[in-house]
Design a protein around this ligand. Structure first.
Ligand code: ADP
Ligand code: AMP
Length: 216
């Protein structure tokens, strides 16, 4: 099964994806994670993406489509994949269609997590991430079970994303709000979109996500 997960920054895509991966044994492909990993390694891609990411802007379609195409050409996607953070523009959605035709694959469902903007700002301000395994937490809403220890890998290294700073968050939300509507309309026309109320507790949101995936 091949899925897309959509929603504005802070909607809970990464958090739900962690549970989807654990429950359905599906492969996560996150363009944001790929860019952050490239930035950490200071590769050519990382250096190119950094300037955009730091301003809360989107990396170019050309570069983004290339990394997704490369990733989708690997054999581990054959067991099913979930794209998180891609596509974010109509050009990317069309490029994805071409990639899927070539690979003789299709998208089975688009999960769209809807959250009120005021809540998104508060979620991004409190988000922190395990440096070792990438698990996502929130200071108030979703702290690790033992303070300072990652539930998933047991390590103690956490960081806050630079682009979660309040100055960048506003720009990211504006840009993503503008871009997301046409993409949702694109997939709605194909009857693939499942909207979920993401303003609720993580487990309640996941119960809906699970039902959608089981029926897809
Ligand atoms: P996205 O991947 O969509 O940007 P994340 O999954 O990283 O969003 O979630 C953003 C922040 O909000 C994280 O700190 C996460 O722990 C928290 N969070 C995610 N889902 C919920 C929820 N349903 N209720 C409260 N906090 C949440
Ligand atoms: P995310 O982790 O999904 O919030 O993405 C972090 C940042 O990476 C975004 O603000 C963009 O700068 C960049 N990015 C991630 N995915 C894409 C994409 N599909 N298209 C363009 N830029 C992206």
């Amino acid at each position: 099964m091949n899925l897309l997960i959509m929603g504005l920054p802070g909607a809970g895509k990464g958090t739900q994806t962690q549970q989807i991966v654990a429950t359905f044994n599906i492969l996560q492909i996150s363009t944001g994670d790929m860019f952050r990993s490239a930035m950490k390694k200071q590769t050519k891609l990382g250096l190119e993406a950094k300037a955009f990411i730091e301003k809360g802007e989107l990396v170019s379609d050309k570069v983004t489509n290339e990394i997704v195409k490369e990733r989708l050409s690997e054999s581990d996607v054959n067991g099913g994949f979930l794209l998180d953070g891609f596509p974010r523009t109509i050009k990317q959605a069309k490029a994805l269609d071409s990639m899927l035709v070539e690979l003789q694959k299709k998208i089975d469902a688009v999960i769209n997590i809807q959250v009120a903007p005021a809540i998104l700002i508060e979620r991004l301000a409190g988000r922190f991430i395990c440096r070792d395994c990438g698990a996502t937490y929130h200071k108030l809403n979703n702290p690790p079970k033992i303070e300072g220890v990652c539930d998933r890998c047991g390590e103690h290294n956490f960081y806050q994303r630079d682009d979660d700073k309040p100055e960048t968050v506003k720009n990211r939300l504006d840009i993503n709000m503008r871009q997301s509507q046409p993409i949702l309309a694109y997939y709605e026309k194909q009857g693939l979109v499942h909207n979920i109320d993401g303003n609720r507790d993580i487990d309640l949101v996941f119960a809906d996500v699970k039902t959608i995936i089981e029926k897809a």
